[in-house]
Design a protein around this ligand. Structure first.
Ligand code: COA
Length: 303
C-alpha cells in the first residue's frame, strides 16, 4: 500500500516534499496550514484526530513541505466514499498558502493527487467548489479535466470566510475520472481548449451574460432559460472574492442568477465540460455546457 508516500515537486525556484504527516504534531500542524490557506478566521479545519485515522481507512492525507525550511505550505486531504457500491475518493482539502500559488505548483500537486489515488486503487475523485471562483474553475476544468453534473445550492449554509463572505455557499460537484483520456490529455497540457468565440461560432447560445458597470465590475443580466441548443454558455465574474467585499449585493445577484441558470440546464441533461475566456476580452470567463453522453467527453470528444 502507500504508507509512507513521498514525492518531490520541483517547479520554478521551489523544491517541495509531498508526504504523509508522520507524528500527531505534524497532523496538528496541517490544521494551521489549512487556516493559512482558507483565511486566518477560518475555524472549520479538518481535525487532526480525523486525519490520523483517515490514513488507516483508505483516505489520503498529505502535507506539502518546503524543502528549504521544512515548513508545511500546502495540504491534500481525501476521504474514502462509496457510490453505487463502487469506492471513490472525496477530496475535501486541496490548497497552498498564497506565496506558493500561481507558479505551477498546484498543477504538479494535482499530478501527485492523481498518482496516489490510482496507487490506492481508486479511479474517481470528486470534490465540490464554488462555481463563481474563476481561478478554481480554470484549475478544475482546464488544468485537471473534471466534468460537472450536479449543483448543490447553499451546500454548507451561510458561511463567512475569505472566499465566501456572508453569502450562500453554493457548490458544483467536480467529477475527476482519473483514467479517462480527457484527464490524461488535460493533465499533460495537450488537451484541446478553445476560447468562447469558437463555441459561439459553433452555434452555442448564451444563457447568462453580463454588462459593465462601475469599478470594473460587471452585472449579470436575467438568465435565459428557454434555450435548446446543444451548447449553452454561462458567464461568471472574474473577481468574485473582491466583489463579495466591495459590492456584496452584486455578488449575491451573481450567486442567484448563476445558480438559476446552472440548475436549469444541468437538470435538463447538460454537462459542464469546459471553462474558458474570451479571446477579445481576456477578463471575461464562461462555462460551456454540452448536451451529450458524458462518455464522449471523457474519451476526449470536443464539439
Ligand atoms: C487552487 C490552487 C491549488 C491552484 O494552485 P496554483 O499553484 O496557483 O495553480 P497553478 O499555478 O498550477 O495553475 C493556476 C491556473 O489558474 C489560472 N488563473 C490564475 N488566476 C486566474 C483567474 N483569475 N481566473 C482564471 N484562471 C486563473 C492560471 O493562469 C493557471 O492556469 P494556466 O497555467 O493555464 O495559465 C491555489 O490557488 C489554492 O491553493 N487556492 C486556495 C485553496 C483552494 O481554493 N482550493 C480548492 C481547489 S478546487
Amino acid at each position: 500500500m502507500c504508507a509512507g508516500f513521498r514525492d518531490v515537486v520541483r517547479v520554478n525556484n521551489f523544491t517541495l516534499i509531498v508526504r504523509e504527516p508522520e507524528t500527531p504534531e505534524e497532523h496538528r500542524e496541517l490544521m494551521e496550514v489549512e487556516r493559512l490557506i482558507w483565511s486566518p478566521d477560518y475555524r472549520e479545519v479538518f481535525p487532526y484526530h480525523i486525519t490520523i485515522p483517515l490514513l488507516d481507512i483508505g483516505g489520503v492525507v498529505l502535507g506539502v513541505y518546503d524543502a528549504d525550511s521544512g515548513k508545511p505550505v500546502g495540504v491534500i486531504v481525501m476521504m474514502p466514499g462509496f457510490k453505487g457500491g463502487k469506492p471513490f475518493l472525496y477530496s475535501h482539502m486541496f490548497g497552498l498558502v498564497k506565496e506558493y500559488r500561481g507558479r505551477g505548483v498546484g498543477s504538479k500537486l494535482k499530478e501527485i493527487q492523481r498518482k496516489i489515488a490510482l496507487m490506492k486503487g481508486y479511479d474517481l475523485v470528486e470534490w465540490t467548489y464554488d462555481p463563481l471562483l474563476s481561478v478554481n474553475a480554470w484549475f478544475n476544468f482546464v488544468k485537471s479535466g473534471v466534468i460537472a453534473r450536479k449543483y448543490k445550492p447553499n451546500y454548507y449554509g451561510f458561511v463567512d470566510f475569505e472566499y465566501n463572505r456572508r453569502i450562500e455557499s453554493d457548490r458544483l460537484l467536480a467529477e475527476w475520472y482519473l483514467k479517462s483520456r480527457r484527464v490524461e490529455e488535460r493533465m499533460a497540457g495537450r488537451g484541446r481548449h478553445e476560447p468562447i468565440e469558437y463555441f459561439l461560432s459553433r452555434g452555442a447560445e448564451i444563457a447568462l451574460t453580463a454588462e459593465p458597470i462601475n469599478n470594473g465590475f460587471r452585472a449579470p443580466r436575467e438568465p435565459r432559460l428557454w434555450l435548446n441548443e446543444e451548447l449553452i454558455v454561462i458567464e461568471v465574474p472574474k473577481n468574485f472574492v473582491d466583489m463579495q467585499v466591495r459590492r456584496h449585493s452584486l455578488a449575491r445577484e451573481w450567486r442567484l442568477k448563476a445558480r438559476e441558470a446552472l440548475i436549469h440546464y444541468l437538470s435538463r441533461g447538460y454537462v459542464v465540460f469546459e471553462f474558458t475566456r474570451s479571446e477579445r476580452e481576456r477578463n471575461r470567463f464562461y462555462y460551456v455546457l454540452w448536451k451529450v453522453d458524458p462518455a464522449r467527453i471523457l474519451r476526449g470528444d470536443y464539439p
